[in-house]
Design a protein. Structure first.
Length: 90
């Protein structure tokens, strides 16, 4: 799935155009690598890190690829917030 569509469908971006500009700005990273294109593919398990429009840092792990822009509860099921997540035990 395209990065900009994932951000919009998962309600991490308020609009598709904001998702496209975020991806093109090189301020978003997938698994630590800077992204320069909105069409960059996103896969389950990828970790996305970016600054929101309010300047907050978001780090999320892709849990599912949404098929539509549904209600917020459905969108939240598509990712896991890594900042609020408990530490991973080895």
């Amino acid at each position: 799935m395209r990065l900009d569509r994932f951000l919009w469908f998962a309600r991490l971006a308020a609009s598709r155009s904001f998702a496209q500009s975020l991806a093109a700005s090189r301020h978003l990273r997938i698994d630590g690598r800077p992204v320069a294109k909105p069409a960059t593919p996103v896969h389950i398990g990828n970790v996305l890190s970016f600054a929101t429009h309010r300047g907050e840092i978001r780090v999320v792990r892709v849990a599912a690829l949404p098929v539509r822009r549904g209600p917020p509860a459905e969108a939240r099921a598509c990712y896991t917030d890594m900042i609020d997540a408990p530490p991973h035990e080895n």
